[in-house]
Ligand binder design. Structure first.
Ligand SMILES: Nc1ncnc2c1ncn2[C@@H]1O[C@H](COP(=O)(O)OP(=O)(O)OP(=O)(O)O)[C@@H](O)[C@H]1O
Ligand SMILES: [Mg+2]
Length: 243
């Protein structure tokens, strides 16, 4: 469904992606792990055209992603993104946040967007919070609204950029369990995360990226339990045993 072929990306003199080649199949869950600054967010942002890239190809169901092409709007409605800091509209209720994209971007009838919005709030366990504003919700609840908002676009895939790392520890589980359910339902997901237990349990594959290159990729349990490369081993040791 998503294919990256030798993708290079630079910010000025700083080459951030140095030839990324990877693929995500339909219904697959791929976790991207790696140190800060390694290029994880940049990969996600290139996939849905929030950033351009200089060389290589990114294909979504065969269509080339080009941040400067008018067709990028279609790609962005097909590939939703969930951010670390939720990015909900502060002056809209939970339900309005979810309905915004379908109504204004996809031009859906309001009644249809409303019905699906309510369904989605129920799916993420927030049926009672339709009229709450983001400031009236906990971080975990806001992130679940953000996931419902992503789903409201009926995307082909969802990209998650550290969806739980801004949350208090006791709120992480409720967000991960919504994500796990999505994965079980067959959603195609690319997840940048430091939650190794989630990656081990839910991901089909893990990519370890360092310095703008994929150092190691493979079945989640293989990469996480028996990493082959010294850099992967070092990273996992630091993440799993920070002291
Ligand atoms: N808009 C930008 N302008 C200039 N440099 C940028 C920009 N965005 C990212 N970078 C640089 O690109 C590199 C990769 O950044 P990226 O955000 O992809 O890393 P990351 O792996 O997501 O890190 P983190 O785990 O801290 O989120 C970093 O060196 C960063 O400083
Ligand atoms: Mg990042």
């Amino acid at each position: 469904m998503i294919e990256l072929r030798d993708v290079h990306k630079r910010f000025g003199a700083n080459e951030v992606l140095k030839g990324i080649t990877a693929a995500v199949e339909k219904s697959e869950v791929v976790c991207i792990i790696g140190p800060s600054g390694s290029g994880k967010s940049t990969i996600l942002r290139c996939i849905n055209g929030l950033e351009s890239y200089e060389a290589g190809d990114i294909l979504v169901e065969g269509a080339r992603v080009d941040a400067h092409s008018p067709s990028i709007v279609d790609i962005r409605t097909q590939i939703s993104m969930v951010f670390q800091r939720f990015n909900l509209f502060p002056h809209r209720t939970a339900l309005e946040n979810i309905m915004e994209g379908p109504i204004y971007v996809k031009k859906e009838p309001r009644a249809e967007a409303l019905e699906r919005g309510r369904d989605l709030l129920m799916q993420v366990g927030l049926a009672g919070k339709a009229d709450a504003y983001p400031t009236q919700l906990s971080g975990g609840q806001q992130q679940r609204v953000a996931i419902a908002r992503a789903l409201a676009m009926q995307p082909k895939a969802i990209l998650f950029d550290e969806p739980t790392s801004a949350l208090d520890p006791e709120l992480v589980g409720e967000v991960l369990s919504v994500m796990r359910k999505l994965a079980d339902d067959g959603m195609t997901m690319v997840v940048v995360t430091h939650e190794m237990a989630f990656a081990k349990d839910v991901a089909d594959r893990v990519l370890f990226i360092d310095g703008g290159v994929i150092v190691e990729q493979g079945a989640a349990k293989t990469v996480l339990n028996q990493p082959q490369h010294a850099r992967t081993q070092d990273f996992l040791r630091r993440v799993l045993h920070p002291l």
